[in-house]
Ligand binder design. Structure first.
Ligand SMILES: Nc1ncnc2c1ncn2[C@@H]1O[C@H](COP(=O)(O)OP(=O)(O)OP(=O)(O)O)[C@@H](O)[C@H]1O
Ligand SMILES: [Mg+2]
Length: 383
């Protein structure tokens, strides 16, 4: 089975999607590092990476802009960059990206500030369903249009469901086009009607309860926002079509347990249904069987005891090994199911490493499995 390099070679955007905690951030950073080591100018757009990983890449001060990882940090781990490769990274900040979008679509500075300073906007820009997913794509679109990089690798937000990501542009346009917003934008709309009763009892009560003039804020927000709607919609459609573009491919990251595998199968079918390019499934934290026959705790204990000469310790060790073997068998069964549904399309396994992956050395360890073929992967994981 292919190396990740062959999977992504014809694409200039790679999106690592998958459900929460499966290793999306780790895989995206590792792929970006691996491709930089192969001479490409790569930028990884990462979301909320573990602090230690961000620190090890020297990204602690990073805002919403791409910053180059110091080549010296890479060289210290044996990653050559004299072939022209560059690793850049940025941490995505959904709110900042949304603010930048408002600034782009506002007619003038005053309209911009009216929206940015509005309390309703401040609430919805962070909480709008799918806004984090959408803003990740928005930033991707922006960087892709600039053409500064050979490859962009997008990490995706920790959503419960990987499909949230695919729906994000649609949900944003639906929100903008939807009835709730239109009611407020039309001059004869609800906000205007309420606002005209300005001094009414109900309003002053409401004002006291929420602590500020909610309806005035709503009305102001929607009026200011209405001028930006065409720009927003157009942009969201273009961002959406970039997802389905030939230059983009998806990697589905998942764990080897039953539920994540089922989700991966479902996500794969959704990608095909939406005519998006599937690259590979990456099954992370896989336990490999160390032998070919199911181990028996008693036999193992006897064998280990002769080496250790400590009956209690060898019994415990034998039990752990046998439990590990049960999990390895289960992982294999689940991966077989996934392979069957992928029908020959690439599937890459990364073993459960002994340590967390929180620095460049850890990413290099992951790359020993991502950037090689299946035969070599199995050899490495079981030796
Ligand atoms: N193959 C591996 N072996 C051991 N530990 C791993 C492996 N891959 C990832 N990890 C560790 O698992 C944890 C979760 O990984 P990661 O942050 O990449 O997941 P994620 O999918 O991005 O999570 P979230 O959905 O919360 O963003 C991290 O602490 C990481 O170091
Ligand atoms: Mg993550």
């Amino acid at each position: 089975m292919a190396s990740v390099e062959t999977v992504i070679e014809d694409h200039d955007i790679v999106i690592c999607a998958g459900s929460g905690g499966v290793g999306k951030t780790t895989t995206s950073a590792a792929i970006a590092l691996g491709m930089a080591a192969r001479g490409k100018r790569v930028c990884v757009l990462t979301i909320d990476p573990a602090k230690r990983l961000a620190d090890s890449l020297g990204l602690e001060e990073l805002g919403n802009e791409a910053t180059q990882v110091d080549p010296k940090l890479l060289e210290a781990q044996g990653v050559a960059t004299e072939n022209g490769g560059e690793l850049w990274a940025m941490m995505l900040d959904a709110k900042e990206t949304f603010d930048a979008l408002v600034a782009r679509h506002a007619e003038d500075a005053e309209a911009r500030d009216r929206v940015l300073n509005n309390r309703i906007y401040q609430q919805i820009s962070g909480a709008l369903a799918g806004s984090q997913e959408y803003m990740a794509m928005e930033k991707l679109f922006e960087l892709h249009s600039e053409g500064r990089f050979d490859l962009l690798v997008l990490d995706t937000p920790p959503s419960r469901n990987a499909l949230d990501f695919l729906d994000a542009p649609m949900r944003l346009t639906q929100f903008i086009e939807g009835k709730s917003l239109q009611i407020f934008i039309k001059p004869s709309g609800m906000a205007a009607r309420f606002a005209s009763r300005g001094t009414g009892m109900a309003l002053s009560v409401l004002k006291r309860i929420v602590g500020f003039d909610l309806l005035a804020d709503l009305s102001e927000f929607f009026t200011a926002f209405s001028g930006m709607i065409d720009g927003f919609q157009d942009r969201a459609h273009r961002v959406g079509s970039l997802l389905a573009d030939q230059r983009t491919c998806f990697l589905i990251i998942c764990g080897p347990q039953g539920e994540p595998i089922e989700e991966a199968v479902f996500f794969h079918s959704k990608l095909i249904e939406n005519e998006m390019n599937f690259g590979a499934a990456v099954v992370n934290r896989v336990r490999y069987r160390l032998g070919t026959r199911q181990v028996k705790v008693r036999d193992l204990t006897e064998r280990i005891d002769s080496e250790l000469d400590d009956a209690d310790l060898s019994a415990r060790l034998a039990r752990t090994l046998s439990e590990y073997d049960v999990l390895a068998v289960r992982d294999q069964k689940n991966i077989d199911l996934l392979a069957e549904s992928l029908d020959g399309e690439p599937l890459i396994r990364i073993p459960y490493l002994d340590n967390d992956v929180h620095d460049i050395a850890g990413l290099c360890e992951i790359n020993k499995y991502l950037f090689t073929d299946e035969k070599d992967r199995v050899e490495k994981a079981t030796s």
